[in-house]
Ligand binder design. Structure first.
Ligand code: MN
Length: 244
């Protein structure tokens, strides 16, 4: 690993005392030494709660398959795709910032790994309610009210044709905006999304695999249920980190 990458990884994860959730080595609850990262060693992070913890909003079977099968496949396929390429030594954020449409396997699986790792952290068994503090102020200032924000975010999700994600994003000027992206793209993919660039702080998976077992074709019902399991503390943490 280049010194620059090590310093960045150490800054993001080491000094903050937070284990890098994208690459987990020995113990999942221990900070990971950046120097131990090797090519192709992205791993499936553990959920911070039981697969039935989000019932009845997100059902156990969906969580098991979504995390244990879908996310696991993105990790496996990402490791295969970056092998023997310059992407093999990069952290996930750098992969997303540099990937182009010439590398669809890295784009799709890198996005899949990042998006899902973030998504699991954005959910909580005792979630829901409303944001507070600076994030609440910013949402009210930008969208008028929390209810209006929910309506507009929901529209991003319901109007995304096919598979993708709805996002609340902090842009370069530290303002909030809403968008959606196709497939596993996200606002960190600066060479792919162009107009939707920024730091995502809240994301909702609107692929059918995220809701079909419980909600079938009723994506709007799934989105309504999502508001009951949002981990607003985590969204706030990401917002304040993006504002630095
Ligand atoms: Mn998914």
């Amino acid at each position: 690993m280049k010194k620059r990458d090590f310093l960045r990884a150490a800054g993001l994860f080491g000094l903050a005392g937070i284990a890098n959730p994208f690459r987990l080595s020995a113990a999942n609850d221990e900070p990971v030494e950046a120097t131990t990262f090797r090519s192709g060693d992205f791993e499936l992070p553990k959920l911070g709660y039981a697969t039935d913890a989000l019932e009845p909003h997100f059902d156990k079977q969906t969580m098991e398959i979504h995390h244990g099968k879908h996310h696991a496949a993105y990790v496996r396929n990402l490791n295969d795709a970056i092998k023997n390429t310059p992407y093999a030594t990069m952290e996930i954020e750098e992969i997303l910032a540099k990937v182009t449409d010439k590398f669809p396997a890295i784009r799709n699986n890198g996005g899949g790994h990042y998006n899902h790792t973030m998504f699991w952290q954005l959910l909580a068994a005792k979630g829901g309610g409303q944001p507070s503090g600076k994030l609440a102020d910013a949402i009210n200032a930008k969208f008028g009210s929390f209810d209006k924000f929910k309506e507009l975010f929901g529209k991003e999700g319901t109007s995304r044709f096919g598979s993708g994600w709805a996002w609340l994003v902090v842009d370069k000027k530290k303002g909030l905006f809403l968008t959606s992206t196709a497939n596993q793209d996200n606002p960190l993919m600066t060479k792919i999304v162009k107009k939707q660039v920024g730091t995502p702080i809240l994301g909702l998976d609107v692929w059918e695999h995220a809701y079909y077992l419980k909600y079938q074709n009723r994506r709007a019902d799934y989105i309504a249920a999502f508001w009951n399991v949002v981990n607003w503390e985590e969204v706030s943490r990401r917002y304040e980190q993006a504002m630095v």
